[in-house]
Every structure is written in C-alpha cells, then in structure tokens.
Write a protein that binds this ligand. Sequence first.
Ligand code: SF4
Length: 507
Amino acid sequence: MKIRLAKSAGFCYGVKRAVELAESAAQSGEPCVMLGYIIHNSDVVDHLARQGVKVVEDPDQVPEGYGVIIRSHGESRATYQRLEQRGAKILDATCPNVTRIHRIVAKAEEQGRQPVIIGTPNHPEVVAIAGWCRHPVVLPGADELEEWLREDENRKNLPLTFVSQTTSTRKIWDGCVKKAKKECTNAEFFDTICGATSKRQEEAHQFAAQCDKMVVIGDGKSSNTKRLAEICRESCPDVQLIERAADLDLSRLAQAEVVGITAGASTPAWIIKEVCDKMSDENMEIEKSFAEMLEESIKTLNTGDKVTGTVVAITPTEIQVDLGTKHAGYIPVSELTDDPTAKVEDLVKVGDEIETFVVRVNDQEGVVTLSKKRLDVVKGWEEIEAARENETVMEGVVTEDNKGGVVVSVKGIRVFVPASQTGLPRETPMNTLLKQKVRLIITEVNRARRRVVGSISRVLRAERAAAAEKVWAEIEPGKHYTGTVKSLTSYGAFVDIGGVDGMVHTS
Ligand code: SF4
C-alpha cells in the first residue's frame, strides 16, 4: 500500500503566519491573550493556552498591560478602536487577504459606494469585514442578491462594490457577478476569494480521484476542512474525516493500493505528522517524507531572490501568487510587464507557474511584493547581448519619442533608435511610432552604462532586399505585375514592384 500526501495539506500562509505570531508572542514572555480562537483548530488553541496565551471573547476582557492577538479572520474597526482606547498592544494576525478586503470596503464607502459582501452573514471573517463599513449589505448568494434588488428597484442604480468572503466558492461568486451584471447599472467587482483555498480544493478533487481511499485531517468545526472532505467524496468513494491520529480507522484502509492524505488550512503540521507516523508504524510506505514537505513550506525569502510560484488569483490591480511559503505573494500589475500594450489576461492565467523576483518582504504583514518585469530585465540583458552578437532580429514596443529618435522596450530593456534608423521618412513626426510593435537589430550594447542602440531601418532594408530577391527570381516577360509609381520623367515612369525597380516607357 502506498500513502500519498497532498502538496497543499495543512496550514495556508495566512494561518501559518497567525500561529507563528502567537507562538513568538508566547515565547517573548510578555503577557498576551488572543481575542477569539486565533484559527479554527482547538488543538492549536489549547497548545497556545498551555504556553500562556489564553482566549478572551471581548476587548473589555483584555487584562490591563496585556498584548492582544487579532485572529486570522480579522476584526471590525470598532474592535481595534476599543482595544486602542484600552491601551492594549495589538499583535495583528489578520490574514493579508482579509486585510485587503477591509481596505476595499472602507475605500468604497469613502467614495460614496455601497459595499456588498457575498458570504455567510455570521462567519467571523464576514462579521469583521462588515465592521469596516457603516452600512454593509451581506448576502449569502445570488438568490438573496436577487431578493435584495427586488425589494427596492432603486438599488439597481446604486454604485455597488462587491467583495467575497475569502473561503466562498467560485460558483457562488460567479452566480452573484452574473446577476449583478445583468441587473445593476453601476457595479464593480473585487474577486477576493482566497487563491490558496481554491487551489487546495482543486488539487483535492484531482488528488482524491487518484486514490482508493482518502484521509482528510482537520477540526470538525472548520468549514474549510468539511468542504475539503465533501470535495474529496465527489471523486473518491471512501473518505475518512478525522481530527487527530487517534481517530484514524486503519481497518478501513486495508486492501487499498493508494491512500491519500490531505488536511484543512488550519490543521497543524504536528497532527499531520502523527497521522503519517501511525500509518508508517503499520508498514505503510509514505511516498514523500513529511519532513521534506514541511521544509519546503518554511523556506524564508529575501529581497533579490528568484522564486517560482503558481498564479492563484488575478484582480484589476494585482496578481496573487502562491509561493508555497508562509507569505502571500503579490505582483502589482505595474510590475508585470513594461509593455504598455500588453493585457494582463494575455500574460498570465490562474494556474500558471510563474518565475518572479522578490522586491520586498514584509514579515510583519506576511506579504511579499514580487515583480515579473524586473526578472525579465535580467534575462532581457542576456538575450539582448546574444542578439547583438548574432544579429538576431528582436521585437519591441515604442514607448517614448523625442527629437533624436524613439525608445523601444525590448524584453524590458530600453533600446534607443536614432531618428535616422527609425525607417520613417524625413519630417515625419517620431510620435507616429508610439505604442507600435517594431522589429529591430541591436547595433550597440553597453551594459555598464545601460545603453543599447538599435536600428529599425536595417531590418526594413533587409526585408525589402529579401522581397526584391524573391520577385527577381520569379519575374518573367509577359506576366502581369502591380507596382507603385515612384517618379515620372519625360521618357517614362519608375515603378516599384515589390522592391524591384521597373521602368514604364512613355511609348
Ligand atoms: S485560507 Fe486564505 S484567506 Fe484564509 S487565512 Fe488562509 S490564506 Fe488567508
């Protein structure tokens, strides 16, 4: 029997960050409490309580002089204000994905828009998001949205800003977007479903289909874990949902050839390890050691690192990348490419593997800012130097113009093309080339001075010469040719036939 462990089993980066923050608070020796369960896992909460970090349910229960950890689901603006009034030191473990939603809804209201939160009304994350608006509207799905719009026809013309609970399903969100697009005249949408969650669910679906039996580990109260088990049941006939190793029924695994293990986003590594160990004790062979997988997930990141991740979500302003570490990776759209004509959807898709450059690591917020275009620039220099060497024709987009010529962005590198090399007739304004895709030859590279010079006209000349050669090879007396009159003289007209000069006598 083979045991396979799902790649994304266990803590997501938001939960990992929250638990690490609480553990380091406990180890610091400073008195501290957590406001509500830091994550949906009672083993983790008990473990922290044993280290001295107890749970309080209300800001007013925070003892004087104590620090307070805000859980990964986040809290309302009023709760932060209450804690500040009490002078409590706030250790904010809100998942960066959730903080982002707080900012979106707060800004929408500032701009006079009506935030509409698609999610389960009493879920702590949704309650906290609603707490960043003065007049929130919370709707579980498309049916409730329809009803809300029907109650007052004027609502269809309100400026509406839609966001989603991070753990909502794509089906619910897409249903609401479809309805709002059809009915509302001024709606904007922020797809805030957590990419880590959808990736885990998709992976679980495919992974379970390859296994005879599945074991899903997680707290019975975690909706995320229960959903994961439901998804596994869609493609695997026998799924055990357990909280810890003691719950595992080994007899149910007998006769299986492949047993898969996955775990909810709030399941700690030690519980997964206990389950793996219990199986190993029964001589079941584990494909990849749990320690190996854990090692991969806790690697640290530094500015300047090259990292590969998977695109998990794309919004109008950024691309969310799962790096398989405790950080949330974001590529601002401005850091995706230098090509002003490029469309985000043509460059990246959800599920793509993407190589990026680490611009900034914010350990406190658990966020890494990434750039694809800066990595492209490093690679671009190598390609430009090779192109100069081999006289390879390169493609780029004209991004600037001036009296002296134009600047072309080639692989993220600025290449200057002097006016005489643009291929434009004299007196033609340089800006006619702006935003155009052009082909050029690199004629000079000085990487130290970051100077690159190119020529468009050399490519045009070479292309014309090649076309003329082709016409010459095929030209025959008696055949019909179409050309452009270049000049007239007293004895006839000069005609250009695909790069070959022809002469039509007056006679
Ligand atoms: S599931 Fe997503 S949103 Fe929730 S804590 Fe984890 S990373 Fe954050």
